[in-house]
Design a protein around this ligand. Structure first.
Ligand code: E4P
Length: 217
């Protein structure tokens, strides 16, 4: 399973990247706002740090404008994946940018039907937003299973990038299904290390060790 980090916070990316855990990064306009940085500047900094794909999102609504913005973003670095929304115009932009040799991440996917169109349009990645589906009482994890089944049926090589991940359990569940990639906030990735029995066991070992009166080294 490839790990992308869903943030534009360079310090948080660096901490995980130094552990060799970052296979790529995803950003979006809301994450750029949260980082409070210029999009070109922060994206270049992330691309310099991370070897894998770094998604940068267009904001135009018409295909021609998305293509122009996408080409502009792609100039930032060789590892840019242009992120386009799953609209009809976004699919047109996906086809054009993909034909032009760019990686394309089709975002805001909420159905298997949409995911089929993205694969047909040459997307490198499809980003189904599982948390936002859960928010409206639908099952986001089920969507990943549906897309996996369909893509495998036809040998589509578009990678499934499970997005809008809100919990450790989301990562485990989509991993069981065989998602190609997950993108998650740094806090969720770090939460994967936590277990109540690990904390309890460590507390016990620390207390018992103190009683031995010994030192290591
Ligand atoms: C994916 O590329 C998006 O940036 C992200 O996963 C959205 O997550 P959210 O629904 O928590 O905002």
């Amino acid at each position: 399973m490839k790990f992308f980090v869903d943030t534009a916070d360079v310090d948080a990316i660096r901490e995980l990247n130094d552990l060799g855990m970052v296979d790529g990064v995803t950003t979006n306009p809301s994450l750029i706002l949260k980082a409070g940085r210029d999009i070109a500047e922060v994206t270049r900094e992330i691309c310099d740090m991370v070897a894998g794909p770094v998604s940068a999102e267009v904001v135009a609504e018409k295909a021609d404008d998305m293509i122009r913005e996408g080409k502009h973003l792609a100039q930032i670095a060789d590892n840019i994946a242009v992120k386009v929304p799953l609209t009809w115009d976004g699919l047109k932009a996906c086809r054009a940018l993909s034909d032009d040799g760019h990686m394309v991440n089709v975002t805001l996917c909420f159905s298997a039907a949409q995911a089929i169109l993205a694969a047909k349009a040459g997307a490198t990645f499809i980003s189904p937003f599982i948390g936002r589906l859960d928010d409206i009482h639908l099952d986001g994890v089920d969507l990943i299973a549906d897309i996996r089944e369909i893509y495998d049926n036809y040998g589509y090589d578009t990678q499934i990038l499970a997005a809008s991940i809100r919990s450790v359990n989301h990562i485990v569940e989509v991993g069981k299904i065989g998602t190609d990639v997950i993108t998650a906030p740094p806090a969720v990735i770090k939460a994967m290390a936590k277990h109540v029995l690990t904390d309890k066991g460590l507390e016990q070992f620390t207390a018992d060790w103190a009683k031995t009166g010994q030192k290591i080294g």
